[in-house]
Design a protein around this ligand. Structure first.
Ligand SMILES: Cc1cc2nc3c(=O)[nH]c(=O)nc-3n(C[C@H](O)[C@H](O)[C@H](O)COP(=O)(O)OP(=O)(O)OC[C@H]3O[C@@H](n4cnc5c(N)ncnc54)[C@H](O)[C@@H]3O)c2cc1C
Length: 325
């Protein structure tokens, strides 16, 4: 079922999760255990991130070696598992960077055959690797271009123009939004206009980058509405779980951590940092739910410990038995 159908049919706010595939050669059992923990809360959908190849420089005896590595494959396999083992709708992320449009079309065909109805279309960050375009291959530059490609396919327009009687796909398309603006955008309003372009191109809903300050989200939604973005804007919440994240989160995701939170984490013993993060995200979640958000999307990534603490306090009860079939 499409994310938008879940939202339309919901009688109350929904809880969804985002997870990350294991590192190449990593242990899939751990991920399966994580999913098992999460499906007990009956999420209508679970997002699985996508990862392009990156350029890695390694120091060798002969000098510095440049290698191109894709560290986290597996998005498609994890989606197939979630969808078919647990009967939860999987939302694979698809990227512009690192993939040709032709590869994207093939990926979308695989998803269609697997019965996956949803995708989240994002550009991807700069990984230092620019995929060479040979033999007439092409690339999407911005997420709006990717959304256009999916919307075309939804109308039966594939990349091969002379494909006759091509069946249209019917993907529900989510895109990213940034309550504190995307780091490359000159200002918030310009960034919001870019998000409007994604919606005009066919995006059905927006999920925000993590934020730790609810007023930033409420203001963002207000500005998006003024700009004519009328699709659901789902807040994305991450639980801060360690002191180290006080610096790594702003560095990697370009988001602010409010002073009250950073002070509390700094002053807490290391082993209590996660509990401070849980309490903060709990208060954020309570306020978001009070204000009637359609859903909360939790960036869980690799461990369910903190989210289980939070959902326990938020009184979201796990189902007695997992829905594994
Ligand atoms: C919910 C969510 C999930 C994510 N999942 C993943 C993932 O699985 N894998 C991953 O690698 N990354 C992921 N990301 C990170 C994302 O790829 C990066 O934030 C990336 O830098 C921007 O992606 P975007 O889709 O928002 O890009 P875009 O919408 O293309 O915007 C990128 C920047 O370009 C600007 N811009 C847009 N159009 C134009 C234009 N025509 N001319 C000039 N400027 C323009 C925008 O204002 C913005 O500053 C995710 C982000 C979010 C919010």
């Amino acid at each position: 079922m499409k994310v938008t159908e879940h939202l339309d049919r919901a009688t109350g706010p929904l809880i969804s999760f985002e997870i990350i595939p294991p590192l190449r050669g990593g242990n899939v059992q751990e991920l399966l255990g994580l999913i098992e923990d999460l499906v007990r809360y009956r999420p209508p959908f679970i997002d699985i991130t996508s990862h392009a190849a990156e350029v890695i420089y390694e120091e060798k005896a002969q000098g510095i070696e440049r290698r191109v590595k894709r560290k986290r494959p597996g998005t498609l396999g994890v989606c197939a598992l979630i969808q078919n083992k647990w009967r939860v709708d999987a939302v694979p992320h698809i990227l512009c960077r690192g993939f040709t449009r032709e590869e994207t079309e093939d990926f979308l065909i695989e998803l269609r055959y697997l019965g996956i109805d949803n995708v989240l279309a994002v550009r991807g960050d700069d990984s230092g690797y620019v995929k060479p375009l040979q033999h007439g291959r092409s690339a999407n530059l911005y997420a709006a271009d990717l959304v256009r490609q999916i919307a075309d396919m939804n109308r039966g327009k594939y990349l091969e123009e002379d494909l006759l009687d091509a069946e249209p796909s019917d993907f529900c398309v989510g895109v990213g939004g940034y309550a504190e603006k995307h780091f490359e955008a000159p200002n918030l309003l310009t960034d919001i206009r870019r998000t409007k372009e994604k919606v005009d191109a066919g995006a059905d809903y927006v999920v925000t980058q993590m934020f730790f300050d609810n007023p930033a989200y409420f203001r963002y939604v207000e500005l998006c509405r003024e700009e004519g973005i009328d699709v659901p804007i789902i807040p994305g919440i991450k639980i801060l779980t360690s002191k180290k994240q006080l610096t790594s989160i702003p560095r990697v995701f370009y988001v602010d951590i409010p002073e009250a939170l950073s002070l509390e984490v700094e002053n807490a013993p290391a082993e209590q940092a996660e509990d401070v993060g849980v309490e903060w995200a709990l208060e954020q979640s309570r306020e978001l739910l009070d204000r009637g958000v359609p859903a909360i999307h939790f960036y869980v990534m690799q461990s369910s410990r903190a989210i289980q603490k939070l959902l326990g306090k938020l009184a979201v009860a796990p189902a007695l038995a997992a829905r594994s079939v």
